[in-house]
Design a protein around this ligand. Structure first.
Ligand code: BGC
Length: 713
C-alpha cells in the first residue's frame, strides 16, 4: 500500500507475501460471491463451491461493469451508441465520455468498465455493430484508445478493450472459427488493438468467444505473440463470460484472468495442472502479477470504492456530453433543401413512427418507443423482448423536444405511431412537414437477417412521402439500412441509438440550431447483396456437410472463411467498383465545401520520415459549417492492397466564404506505429513499405478522387 513505490514493486511485494491460493484470487474476476450479485453463489449449480480467501488482506474490492455505451446501473447518463461516437470523428469527445463514464462507474461502486469494444464492420448484419466504431481500423484504434484513456484518466477505474479477436458475428459466436490470412489479421483485425494499446494504454483486454484459424482465441498463442509481445500490451488479458475452454492451454498461452465465477481457473484445477507439470509456477506468478500491477497502476488500490453507491451519478455536464455526441454523431445523409426546418406560425409538423415518442407502441408483441432506441442494453433481435430498462430513465423523446422547439416558431406538432399506414398518410397530407422515424433494433446475441427497417418502416415512409412532398426521415438504427424510398424523400438524418438526449439533439439539428457535422464510419450499401461477405462460406459460414444450418445436436465448429481478405468496408466497394448508397466518410451539413490545391511533401521519401498532406478547404455556401476533411492513400500495385486507406482527418469550421489551408501530418511515429503506409509481407514476416507511387485523395468522403501522389524509394 506504499504509494511512493512503483506499481511493479508493490505488486511484487504483495505476491511475495501471498499464499499460493491468494495468488489464484487474481486469476479470476469473482473469487467469491459478488458484492453486487448476492443471488450468485460461487461455482456452478451442482459443483463444489470454490474456496478462496474472500479478500486478500489490504486489497480493494474490485467490481466490473459493462459497457461501451453506458455503465449498467440506474442513475447514470445514457450516452449514444459507440457507432454514433465514431460518427463525430472527434477523439476528444471519446475521451470526455470516458472520463464521465468512469466518474459515474466509481460513484456506482464499480471500478472496471468492460469497454471500449473494437470491431471491423466485416458485415453490417453483425449484431454488435452499434457497440463498435465502424469499419476502418484506424478509426477503431484511435477511438478505442481515446475512450480507454478517458476511462482511466482519473486513476480510479480501469478500461477493457474487447472482444479480441476477429469476433465479427453473433451467430454461433461460441462455436465458429474466423479463418483469416496472416496479412488480413495484421492489417485489419489486430491493427486497431495495436493502435489502441499504443494510444490509450488500457490496463486490460478481453479475449472473445470465437476461434481464430481453428483455435479458441482465449487459448491461442496469438495472445502472447501478437498482443503482448508484438504490440507491447503489458496489462492483463481476461476472458469473456464463458469463453475459456481449458486450464492449461489458456493459462500457458497468455490468458491471465477468467471472467465471472471460475470454471477453469479454480484452485482445484490449477493445483492439479501444476502437480501434473502442465502449467508452471512462473506463469501463475506472471498472470497474478499482471493483474495486480494493473489494479495498482490504475489506482484501484489507492482509491477504494465508496461504501455506498450514489443514487444519482449522472450530472448536467455528463448529459451535455451525451447531447453533444448525439448532435455531432448524427449524420445528414441527404438534404434536398427542406432542412433546416423553417416552421412558421400556424404550421403543423407531423411526426410518425413508434420511436419518435416515449409513449410505447406494441409492435409484434413488444413495446417500441423512444426508450427502445435509447440504450443498447435494451437491444436484441426484433422478435425478442427488450433485455432490461436501464439506464434510459431520463430519455427525452423527439416528440417532446420538437414540440417545444416548434412552439418557439408558433408551429404545432402531432405524433402518430404509424401502425395504421392509411391513417398516417391521411394525416401527412394535412401537415406542412412530415417527419418519419425509422428504426432497427439489434444487439448482442443475434445478427440481423436483413438490412431493412423494422416495424413496417419502409411502407410507412413510402406512404407518408407519397402524401407529403416535404418528408424528412430520421433513422434510429445500429447499422446500415437499405432505403428503397430514398428518391421520394427530401432529407435523411441518421441518429443511430441517440441515448437519453436523442430528442433535444434531433430537434436542434432539424431546426438548424446546431448544424450537422457527422460523417459515416461505415458504408451504407444499396443492398445486402452488395456487401463483401456475399457467399455462405464467408457469412454465416458453413459446416463440414457444406450447409449453413447447424446439424441437429452437433457442436461442430462453423467455419467462417474471411476469403474477401483485405477487401472489407470501403476498400471492397472501391475495388469492385460497386457504388454504395452512402460512402464511408459521407455526411452533409447546411453549407457546402470545396477542396483544392492538394499537395504532399516530400514528393519522394524513404517512407520513414514525416509526410504532410496540405490542401485548401473553402466554405462555398451561405452558413457556417464544420467539415471533417479526410485524407486517403492508395498503395503501389506491388503492395496488392485493395482500394484506399484512411490515413488522417481534420475538423475544419468555416464561415460562409471563408477558406483555410489545412495540413494533415503523418508523423514519423504514426507512420511506424500505425503502419499508415505499410503492408504486412507474409514472406518477410514483417511490415514493409512498398517502393513506388502512392496516390493521395482528400475530401469529404472515401469517394474523394486521387489528387496528387508521392513516391517511396
Ligand atoms: C459480452 C461481453 C460482456 C460480458 C459481461 C458477454 O456476453 O460478450 O461484452 O462484457 O458478457 O457482461
Amino acid at each position: 500500500m506504499d504509494a511512493s513505490k512503483s506499481a511493479d514493486a508493490r505488486a511484487e511485494a504483495l505476491l511475495e507475501a501471498s499464499t499460493q491460493h491468494q495468488k489464484y484470487r487474481w486469476l479470476v474476476e469473482q473469487p467469491a460471491v459478488s458484492p453486487t450479485r448476492t443471488d450468485w453463489q460461487p461455482g456452478r449449480p451442482g459443483e463444489a463451491p470454490v474456496v478462496y480467501p474472500v479478500q486478500v488482506e489490504c486489497t480493494p474490492t474490485i467490481v466490473y461493469t459493462d459497457g461501451p455505451e453506458a455503465v449498467r446501473a440506474p442513475g447514470v447518463t445514457d450516452f449514444p451508441a459507440q457507432i454514433a461516437l465514431a460518427s463525430t470523428w472527434n477523439l476528444e469527445l471519446a475521451y470526455e465520455k470516458g472520463v464521465a463514464q468512469a466518474d459515474e462507474s466509481f460513484a456506482k461502486r464499480r471500478n472496471v468498465i468492460l469497454a471500449p469494444g473494437i470491431g471491423n464492420g466485416r458485415t453490417p448484419l453483425a449484431g454488435r455493430t452499434p457497440e463498435y466504431f465502424g469499419e476502418d481500423p484506424l478509426v477503431n484504434g484511435l477511438f478505442a484508445g481515446a475512450h480507454a484513456e478517458g476511462i482511466e484518466a482519473d486513476g480510479k477505474v480501469l478500461s477493457d478493450l474487447k472482444h479480441y479477436l476477429a469476433n465479427e458475428q453473433e451467430l454461433d459466436r461460441q462455436t465458429s472459427s474466423s479463418n483469416i490470412s496472416e496479412r488480413a489479421l495484421r492489417e485489419l483485425y489486430s491493427l486497431p488493438y495495436e493502435i489502441a494499446v499504443d494510444e490509450g494504454s488500457p490496463e486490460s483486454v478481453m479475449c472473445a468467444f470465437n476461434q481464430v484459424n481453428g483455435v479458441y482465441i482465449c487459448e491461442s498463442p496469438i495472445m502472447q505473440s501478437l498482443l503482448k509481445d508484438d504490440h507491447g500490451f503489458d496489462g492483463f488479458i481476461m476472458s469473456d463470460f464463458g469463453s475459456v475452454h481449458s486450464t492449461t492451454a489458456s493459462l500457458m498461452n497468455g490468458l491471465d484472468q477468467e471472467l465471472n465465477r471460475p470454471i477453469w481457473f479454480t484452485p482445484e484445477k490449477l493445483d492439479a495442472a501444476l502437480a501434473a507439470g502442465e502449467i508452471t509456477q512462473e506463469r501463475i506468478d506472471e498472470a497474478a502479477f499482471r493483474v495486480v500491477r494493473s489494479y495498482i497502476r490504475g489506482g484501484l488500490f489507492d482509491n477504494p470504492l465508496p461504501a455506498e453507491a450514489a443514487v444519482e451519478a449522472s450530472t448536467p455536464a455528463h448529459e451535455a456530453t451525451a447531447k453533444r455526441i448525439a448532435e455531432d454523431g448524427s449524420v445528414l445523409l441527404k438534404n434536398d433543401g427542406v432542412l433546416p426546418l423553417e416552421a412558421e406560425a400556424g404550421q403543423t409538423i407531423a411526426l410518425f413512427g413508434p420511436t419518435a415518442s416515449t409513449t410505447p407502441t406494441t409492435v409484434g408483441s413488444f413495446p417500441v418507443s423512444a426508450v427502445s432506441v435509447c440504450s443498447l442494453t435494451l437491444q436484441r433481435n426484433p422478435t425478442a423482448a427488450p433485455r432490461n430498462t436501464l439506464p434510459c430513465e431520463d430519455v427525452v423523446s423527439a416528440e417532446t423536444a420538437i414540440t417545444a422547439r416548434a412552439a418557439e416558431d408558433g408551429a404545432s406538432v402531432t405524433w402518430n405511431n404509424g401502425q395504421d399506414i392509411a391513417a398516417a398518410a391521411a394525416q401527412a397530407a394535412e401537415a406542412d412537414i412530415a417527419i418519419v422515424f425509422g428504426y432497427q433494433r439489434m444487439g448482442e446475441f443475434s445478427d440481423l437477417t436483413d438490412l431493412r427497417l423494422q416495424g413496417n418502416g419502409d411502407a410507412l415512409i413510402t406512404a407518408v412521402q407519397a402524401a407529403n412532398p416535404n418528408t424528412v426521415v430520421v433513422l434510429q438504427t445500429g447499422s446500415a439500412v437499405e432505403m428503397p424510398w430514398l428518391d421520394g424523400v427530401e432529407a435523411v438524418l441518421e441518429n443511430w441509438y441517440g441515448g437519453e438526449q436523442q430528442g433535444p439533439a434531433i430537434a436542434s439539428l432539424l431546426f438548424g440550431d446546431v448544424a450537422p457535422s457527422g460523417k459515416l464510419p461505415m458504408t451504407f450499401p444499396k443492398s445486402l447483396a452488395d456487401t463483401p461477405t456475399n457467399t455462405p462460406e464467408q457469412y454465416p459460414g458453413v459446416f463440414s456437410d457444406g450447409s449453413t444450418t447447424r446439424p441437429a445436436g452437433s457442436n461442430e465448429i462453423r467455419q467462417v472463411e474471411y476469403s474477401e481478405d483485405l477487401a472489407i468496408g470501403y476498400k471492397w466497394y472501391q475495388e469492385e467498383g460497386i457504388e454504395p448508397l452512402f460512402a464511408f466518410g459521407h455526411g452533409l451539413t447546411y453549407t457546402t465545401f470545396a477542396y483544392d490545391r492538394v499537395q504532399v511533401t516530400p514528393k519522394s521519401t524513404n517512407g520513414a520520415k514525416e509526410i504532410r498532406i496540405q490542401f485548401k478547404v473553402t466554405n462555398t455556401g451561405d452558413r457556417t459549417g464544420t467539415e471533417i476533411a479526410q485524407a486517403y492513400v492508395t498503395l503501389p500495385d506491388s503492395a496488392d492492397a485493395p482500394g484506399s486507406r484512411l490515413v488522417g482527418w481534420e475538423s475544419v469550421t468555416l464561415e460562409p466564404g471563408e477558406h483555410r489551408n489545412v495540413t494533415i501530418t503523418l508523423s514519423a511515429d504514426e507512420l511506424a506505429e500505425q503502419h499508415l503506409l505499410e503492408h504486412w509481407d507474409e514472406g518477410a514476416d514483417d511490415w514493409v513499405s512498398a517502393k513506388g507511387t502512392y496516390g493521395v485523395a482528400v475530401g469529404g468522403s472515401s469517394e474523394a478522387p486521387i489528387a496528387t501522389q508521392f513516391t517511396i524509394k
